[in-house]
Write a protein that binds this ligand. Structure first.
Ligand code: GLC
Length: 410
C-alpha cells in the first residue's frame, strides 16, 4: 500500500505539483499560486485520521507493507520534527501523523515504509520554489549558494535521522525527487551510510542515486522483469494525491490484472491510495479496493510469496509458482480450451480452479516416442475451462505436479 497524503489533500488536489504549476505526466494537476498552496498547512486537521482502518484494509487485501508520504516535495512534514515548524505537529491537528501510522501498521504486522522527498520546494535554503520560478522546466532549477546548500543538507540529514531514530525499526525508506540535484549534492554516499548505520535491516529504493536495494518503475509494468528486486508503483486514477477532478479510475479488474502480471514477473505492486483531507478514503477507491480484497480472499495463494511461473512461450497469460504448484492467471477469456506447453506431463497430478478446487478436464500429449520411452517427458497440456468456472475478475487455475524423481511419478 502506497499512501499519498498531505496537507494539500484538504483542498483535493495533487500533492506538491500544483505549486510549481503542474507537470505533463499528471494530467489532472492544476496550477495553484505558491502561497495559496502552502497556506492550507495552517488548517490541516484530519479529524477522521484512523490508520488502524488503513492497516486493516491493507491486511485484508494481503498487502505486506505500507509506505506513507512523510514528506512530499512540498516540504510539509507529517511528523514531529525539531528542524522546522512546517509539520502536522504544528498544524491544528497537533499530532505526529507518522507515529500513529507506524503504531497502527506495526500492530497489524504490516511492514513500514517512509516516503521522503529529497526535493523540498518550501525550505528557504533549497531554495524554496516561488511564483517567479514558474513555469517548471525539467533541467532548469534555481540553484542554492554553497552556504545555503550546506544548511539545507544539514536540515535534510537531520530529518532523515529523526525518522530513522524515533520510530523503532523501519523497513523501507523510499526516496523521491533526486532529479533536481546531482548525487554529489545529495551526498548520496553519506546519506546511504547514515541510513545503514541507523537501521541496518532497512531497504532503500533506487531513487537515492547510485544506491538502493530495489528498482521502482512507476505507473507501468516493465516488459522484461528487471534484473534486481523490483516494485512498480501505480495509482488507481491518474493522480497520487486525492483529486476529485480526476475520475479516470482503473477498474477493479484492471487492478487485479496488474497485480497478476507483476507477480508473474517476480515484482511487487505498490498500489497507491489517496486519502482525503479528513483522513478517510473516497468511495470510488473503496469500491475498487473492496473488489480486489474479495478476489484476494480466494486467490492470494497465487500471488503472495510466489515466484514467476512459466516462460512466456509456455502459456498465453501470466503465471506464478510455489514448489510443485503452478498458478495460471487467465487474463483473457479462454475459448473452450487452452494449452500449456513444455511441462512434465507424466507428472501432472491435478488441474483445478484455485477458488473452489473444482477439477478441470485435460488432455496430455508429447512426442510419440517419448510417450513410450521417456519417463519424464515435456509435453503439452490442453485444459478445458467451462464458462461456469470463470471468475469475473481473473480466473486462476492450478496445476499440481508430483515432484521430480519420486516413486509417485507416473
Ligand atoms: C513522481 C512524482 C511524485 C510521486 C512519485 C511516486 O516522482 O514526482 O509526485 O510521489 O512519482 O512514485
Amino acid at each position: 500500500m502506497f499512501i499519498h497524503w498531505g496537507q494539500s489533500s484538504q483542498r483535493g488536489c495533487e500533492l506538491s505539483w500544483p505549486l510549481v504549476g503542474g507537470v505533463f505526466s499528471l494530467p489532472f494537476c492544476n496550477n495553484i499560486p505558491v502561497d495559496e498552496y502552502h497556506s492550507t498547512a495552517a488548517t490541516f486537521n484530519p479529524q477522521k485520521y484512523n490508520p488502524q482502518d488503513w492497516a486493516q484494509l491493507a491486511k485484508r487485501m494481503g498487502m505486506q507493507y505500507a509506505i506513507l508520504t512523510v514528506k512530499h516535495h512540498d516540504g510539509f512534514a507529517m511528523f514531529d520534527t525539531e528542524q522546522s515548524d512546517f509539520s502536522s505537529k504544528n498544524s491544528p491537528y497537533g499530532k505526529d501523523i507518522v507515529r500513529e501510522f507506524v503504531d497502527a501498521m506495526r500492530s497489524h504486522g504490516i511492514h513500514i515504509g517512509l516516503y521522503f522527498s529529497l526535493i523540498d520546494w518550501h525550505h528557504p535554503d533549497y531554495p524554496a520554489f516561488t511564483e517567479a520560478d514558474k513555469p517548471y522546466v525539467f533541467g532548469q532549477y534555481r540553484q542554492p549558494t554553497l552556504k545555503q546548500w550546506e544548511r539545507f543538507t544539514d536540515f535534510m540529514f537531520a530529518q532523515v535521522q529523526e525518522l530513522l531514530t524515533n520510530y523503532g525499526p523501519i523497513d523501507i525508506i523510499w526516496f523521491d525527487g533526486s532529479w533536481e540535484r546531482t548525487p554529489e549534492q545529495w551526498q548520496a554516499q553519506k546519506l546511504n551510510d547514515l541510513i545503514r548505520s541507523l537501521q541496518p535491516n532497512i531497504l532503500i529504493n533506487d531513487r537515492l542515486p547510485g544506491f538502493g536495494d530495489f528498482s521502482t518503475p512507476e505507473q507501468f509494468i516493465p516488459p522484461q522483469p528487471p534484473e534486481s528486486a523490483w516494485e512498480t508503483c501505480m495509482t488507481i486514477n491518474e493522480s497520487w494525491g486525492y483529486n476529485p477532478a480526476d475520475t479516470h479510475f482503473k477498474t477493479a479488474r484492471q487492478l487485479i490484472h496488474a497485480l497478476c502480471e507483476v507477480a508473474g514477473k517476480g515484482g511487487n505492486l505498490l498500489l497507491n491510495i489517496s486519502p482525503m483531507g479528513d483522513g478517510t478514503i473516497q468511495p470510488e477507491l473503496v469500491k475498487r479496493l473492496t473488489a480486489v480484497e474479495t478476489w484476494m480472499a480466494k486467490h492470494s495463494e497465487s500471488i503472495l510469496e510466489t515466484q514467476p511461473g512459466l516462460e512466456p512461450w509456455q502459456f498465453y497469460g501470466t503465471s506464478t509458482r510455489k514448489e510443485n504448484r503452478v498458478y495460471l492467471h487467465l487474463l483473457l477469456k479462454p475459448y473452450d480450451t487452452f494449452t500449456v506447453r513444455g511441462v512434465p506431463i507424466k507428472r501432472v497430478k491435478s488441474v483445478q480452479i484455485l477458488a473452489n478446487a473444482r477439477e478441470l478436464n485435460y488432455t496430455k500429449r508429447c512426442a510419440i516416442i517419448d510417450t513410450l520411452l521417456n519417463p519424464d517427458p515435456l509435453g503439452e497440456l490442453t485444459i478445458t475451462v467451462p464458462e461456469s468456472a470463470l471468475d469475473p475478475y481473473a480466473t486462476v487455475i492450478t496445476i499440481d505436479f508430483t515432484p521430480e524423481n519420486t516413486d509417485e511419478a507416473i
